[in-house]
Design a binder for this molecule. Sequence first.
Ligand code: ZN
Length: 411
Amino acid sequence: MKSSKCRFCRSEDLHDVIDLGKQPLANAFSGSANKSINLKRYDLKVVRCKRCNLCQLSEIVHWSEIYNNYSYLSSSSKPLVDHYKKLVSSLDASYSIKNSYILDVGCNDGILLDCYDEITPKNKRVGVDPSSVAKLAKEKGYQVFNSPLNLALSEQIILSVGNKFKIITFTNVFAHIDEIHEVMKSLSKLMNEDTILIIEAPYLYEMLENKYFDTIYHEHYSYLSLLPMLLLMEEYKLEIFHVEHSNIGASGPNLAYHVRFKTKNEYTEIIKTTIAYELEKIKSGIFDNYQKSIEEWKKSLIELIDEEVKSGGVVGCVGSPAKGSTLLNFIFSPSNNKVELISEVNPIKINSYLPGLGIKIVSESEFDARGITLAILLAWNYSDFFIEKYKQKQSSYKLLVPLPELNVYKN
Ligand SMILES: [Zn+2]
């Protein structure tokens, strides 16, 4: 479905930021090369609303199509668990939340709700999640609603819980929501003057500055920043009074927005500074130059790969995160693909094929036996870890870290 209006402010004044071509769903790993190549493709293009500066995808794939077979388990990510533990202890320190009602929207397997063990009883911890993994959170003893958040559900929650919430969290969820005004109306029902709403999401300006274009895929409907968030909250008599940066491995740099019902008509210092930073970036032409800078990066990467293949080398990739699908489908099509194999440690992905290009995903030992001469690190956000492993194993191939800059390592 094409989206012709800004999701937040409804303006139709939308302008191209980056076009990554037609791509399949980034998490649609298939059982055969043929199936993978023939997957349905959708435009993968980000546009910006000139009125409120929200960036969003130009084409929306319905969530039920994306999450049909969603098997990502948050708790399998150790850095994420550590991050949430820190988040909860800082919430307790700032807002004294002992024995309070907590709601986590997009609770997945309960990874964040688990972190309140010392703080509040299980029956006061509530989760909402439309995907099938929510049943794991339910099994842990939390009150879980297996549905997307909407007005009807929020009324059902209030009836069943019998209370409004002290803390409501959206971690890595807000950017995945299409019907944002429905969610905002639902929040108004779940909040009171004491409620602190925490929305944590990847930060647009970091993606732009550091060329993290591969974090663009069909699951991420919106690319968030403070200016549009302020306007959206304002519409519902809410205020963002604090923002906090964090850097977690799984999805890169995040910004957490701390929100409550409006108390005064003045911005706090940190909000003023962040507004000034974003306005300065817009003035510097950061949106206008993005496509060009990514195209230049792509050209250099293709040159490196072509050189390797011409001299008889074999190219592979290390790791198969969703962002790797975006990156590879942006540089190659099935007819000119030069990547032979991808190595992976996750047993669910081994022996499946990368969406769109039909590249086989294999175990590390199979990968090492194939005589790869150049390996592109697709999970480049964990580059420290992989470079260390590469050196220890004394691998014979060259390791290419593609982002934020092209860097080649040799043993
Ligand atoms: Zn807008």
